[in-house]
Write a protein that binds this ligand. Structure first.
Ligand code: ADP
Length: 579
């Protein structure tokens, strides 16, 4: 039965109970009122007539009107016979009164009085009986009404207690089940067996849950397949790849990674990476960047001994972030460490370095011979040269010098690449390095009428550096400054103490460097695009300078603004310059 019908039926039942109680009450009230009115009207009137007749009975011998009055009341009594025995008593009274009217004997008067008392008694008894009957009707009414009232109360009470639950319980079950479904517990079902709207609701809900369960399991299956596919791809990658979650737990590591790191898969996966790193140097090296700066990507080169051979890997750490949420915020959800085997490139680079070193070295001897030959040619003792020949010899000298510079730089870079920089650190006065560098570059500066100004701070402490290499760097910076400055301008070379460091700086007011080129200025073979058009160079000077300064524990910087000039500077810490 539908809830609507049940509700209507329930209300109809309550209505019927009210009608029933009302009907009963009206019926008994009516009955009681009838009984009372019967007592009042009939018996009371008979008593009244008898009382009147008794009153006038003694006066009938002297007063004719009293006789009439008696007769009148007798007539009324004759018409008001209601009780058993009353008729006979009234007939007796009538008979005695008729005889009394004829002879007026005192004996008859006594009889008449006795008759009247009889009638009165009959009516009194009747009143008493009817009163008892009325009382019993009243108590019956009270009893029946109490029974019916009690039954109705029980039924209505049960109805009131059960009805809210009948509606609320299924709704509560439904609410709980919806919450469970929201928590992805799709196996939740409703068990309402009734054939009403709740039954329909449960059926619809269960169907929905079934569909969601189906959808979810098919999604899980799909996700598992996708995961297997991704696992297979990662495993088949020829380069080692390791994945960490946001808590630095290792969530995947492909076969190559396991091979290179040298730890079993089961001792690696699902473990906190620093725990694994505690017993493995390579792992420690791999996660170093993540532990220090989890929010940045990192790229560096690692030398690894695996399978009894030295291999080189470039390490890339990518931070993985969640897609942007509604507020366009992303969250760090892990890191991927990727190693790329660059051993073949390293080997090629080594071959190149060796080749360059050999070529540069081999060029030195013929170059020295050429330089020597040109010097001899310039000697008047060998023979006088005409102006044109002198110019040719000068050109050969210049180009030989240039070639010598380039081979020198190439040799330096090969030394750096092979990690063979040999430093000869000695206690040095900063001013002496500057003097040497300025004197060496002055002739070239003079040619462009460029003034080299020196600003050396007073009482600078000595520094412990390789003075040749440091002077080489300063010469390179001053040469560049002069090279990229206009004629008649100036170059300022300075040395000062900043905090616990000695800083050397070369400032020019030339063409400057744009922001993009500035980023790459210290790279090997890098030259600003248009500089090759007008000036000569290999693009190695600044790269070598950087390596020379870094090798001595210093740092090198550039500040520049296009069109306004540049400041190249390098600094050495004073404290660490102890032999
Ligand atoms: P190069 O031998 O070509 O001078 P460097 O490594 O010394 O090689 O310099 C690289 C490039 O940096 C140069 O080609 C030049 O374009 C730019 N550069 C270096 N110094 C300066 C400077 N003081 N002002 C402007 N550009 C400069």
């Amino acid at each position: 039965m539908k809830i609507k019908s049940k509700l209507s039926l329930g209300l109809a039942f309550l209505f019927a109970v009210i009608i029933l109680l009302g009907g009963f009450s009206i019926y008994y009230l009516n009955k009681l009122s009838n009984d009372a009115s019967v007592i009042l009207v009939d018996n009371y009137e008979s008593l009244e007539y008898c009382k009147n007749m008794l009153k006038v009975l003694d006066e009938t011998s002297k007063d004719a009107s009293a006789l009439n009055n008696f007769e009148h009341n007798l007539t009324l009594q004759q018409q008001n016979i209601t009780e058993i025995g009353e008729k006979e008593a009234t007939s007796e009274l009538t008979k005695h009164f008729t005889m009394f009217k004829q002879n007026g004997s005192e004996e008859l008067r006594v009889l008449i009085r006795s008759d009247l008392l009889d009638i009165q008694e009959i009516n009194m008894l009747a009143i008493e009986r009817k009163s008892i009957a009325a009382e019993s009707t009243a108590s019956k009414a009270i009893l029946y009404l109490s029974i019916i009232g009690a039954i109705c109360f029980l039924v209505v009470f049960t109805f009131i207690i059960n009805f809210p639950g009948y509606i609320a319980n299924p709704i509560r079950h439904l609410t709980e089940s919806i919450k469970e479904i929201a928590n992805k517990k799709y196996d939740r079902r409703l068990h309402f067996n009734s054939k009403d709207e709740f039954g329909d609701l449960a059926h619809a809900f269960n169907r929905m849950a079934e569909k969601l369960e189906e959808y979810d399991s098919s999604n899980v299956a799909k996700l598992l397949t996708e995961k297997k596919r991704i696992d297979a791809i990662i495993n088949n990658m020829s380069d080692p790849v390791i994945g960490l979650d946001e808590n630095k737990k290792i969530i995947f590591a492909n076969k190559e990674a396991i091979k290179v790191i040298g730890i079993d898969e089961k001792n690696m996966l699902n473990r906190y990476a620093p725990d694994v790193a505690a017993t493995n140097d390579l792992m420690r090296n791999l996660i170093k960047g993540i532990m220090q700066q989890p929010d940045s990507n990192d790229t560096s080169i690692l030398k690894i001994y695996a399978g009894n051979k030295e291999s080189f890997f470039s390490k890339d750490i990518f931070k993985v972030t969640s897609p942007p949420d509604k507020e366009n915020k992303t969250q760090l959800i892990g890191h991927v460490i990727s190693l790329k085997n660059i051993t073949p490139f390293k080997e090629t680079e080594l071959a190149k370095t060796n080749f360059l070193a050999t070529v540069s070295h081999e060029l030195k001897t013929p170059l020295s011979a050429i330089k020597m030959a040109t010097q001899l040619m310039n000697d008047d003792r060998i023979g006088k040269l005409n102006a044109e020949q002198k110019q040719i010899i000068q050109s050969i000298t210049d180009q030989a010098q240039r070639l010598s510079n380039i081979t020198g730089e190439l040799l330096d870079i090969t030394q750096i690449e092979s990690g063979n920089i040999k430093l000869n650190k000695q206690k040095t006065v900063p001013a002496s390095i500057i003097d040497y560098a300025v004197n060496s570059t002055k002739p070239a500066a003079d040619q462009k009428h460029i003034t080299i100004e020196t600003k050396i701070a007073h009482a600078l402490p000595d520094i412990v550096v390789d003075s040749d290499k440091t002077a080489w760097v300063l010469i390179n910076l001053i040469s560049n400054a002069a090279k990229f400055s206009k004629e008649n301008s100036k170059v300022i070379v300075s040395a000062e103490k900043i905090d616990n460091k000695i800083r050397f700086a070369v400032q020019d007011f030339g063409k400057g460097i744009n922001i993009n080129d500035k980023k790459r200025i210290f790279e090997r073979f890098f030259r600003v695009n248009n500089s090759s058009d007008t000036t000569e160079g290999s693009g190695l000077g600044l790269a070598i300078s950087k390596e020379f300064i870094l090798a001595q524990g210093g740092n090198i910087f550039v500040e520049s603004e296009e069109g306004k000039g540049s400041v190249f500077s390098f600094e050495f810490p004073i404290d660490s310059n102890i032999l």
